[in-house]
Design a protein around this ligand. Structure first.
Ligand code: ATP
Length: 208
């Protein structure tokens, strides 16, 4: 099974890396592909350039087995809609199970995504819990989610796509927004991201 974690990664931080590592192990994924968005459609423009954000992701995943950078959205340019990205991954990986990893906040906005109805045909969705967000229960979930919930993770490997699985991960109250704010204010951000990323953003005076 292949995991996919898309994001702005402005910058990448342990709030991305640690939960992804836990999902990799819990679901026994072969790899997780980190896909930096060129131009995220649902939010304001990133502060760092696409090339800088890709480089920070490269530095962050360099020493982690099973983590790789997938820069197809940056290569494609334009607005980085997720469904076309997943269609491209599906073409590349044929019938292999693909798992889209999402934080709970991202999952809650999923019905605003371009052509979101295609998602269950393309991937399994693995929802990672995030601080400040509670796992929706019962009637709070739309029917298309309820009918696709899978409780046994090993069953995800049996089909290419179509299930939704909630994975509890260690809660890390880290966000890129807080990191950018801290850097702009000259506050320390050590321990929130790998030191190679920190060095890169200091050397290039990003977010100052
Ligand atoms: P920003 O603060 O700029 O909005 P972010 O820190 O939320 O950024 P993104 O690049 O937008 O990071 O997030 C990419 C994905 O990682 C999303 O699915 C998001 O829900 C998830 N994510 C980000 N931070 C965490 C965290 N601390 N714990 C779990 N998931 C997270």
């Amino acid at each position: 099974m292949i995991g996919i974690l898309g994001g702005t990664f402005d910058p990448i931080h342990y709030g991305h890396l640690r939960p992804a590592q836990e999902v990799l192990r819990a679901l026994d994924l072969d790899e997780i592909r980190f896909v930096p968005a060129a131009n995220p459609p649902h939010r304001c423009a990133p502060v760092a350039t696409a090339a800088q954000r890709r480089r920070m992701v490269e530095l962050a995943v360099a020493d982690i087995a099973g983590f790789i950078v997938d820069d197809r959205e940056i290569g494609r340019g334009g607005l980085s809609y997720t469904v076309p990205t997943l269609e491209s991954l599906r073409r590349e990986f044929g019938a292999q199970p693909l798992c889209l990893l999402l934080g709970l906040d991202a999952f809650e906005g999923i019905e605003t995504w371009y052509r979101w109805q295609r998602l269950p045909e393309l991937v399994h969705i693995v929802v990672m819990t995030r601080p400040g967000w509670t796992r929706p229960v019962g009637g709070a979930l739309p029917a298309w989610v309820r009918e696709r919930i899978e409780r046994e993770p090993q069953k995800l490997a049996l089909t290419a796509a179509g299930n939704i699985y909630f994975q509890t991960v260690t809660s890390l109250d880290i966000s890129a927004t807080k990191i950018r704010e801290a850097l702009a204010a000259g506050r320390p951000v050590e321990g929130l991201m790998p030191s190679a990323v920190l060095e890169y953003l200091h050397d290039n005076r990003i977010y100052r």
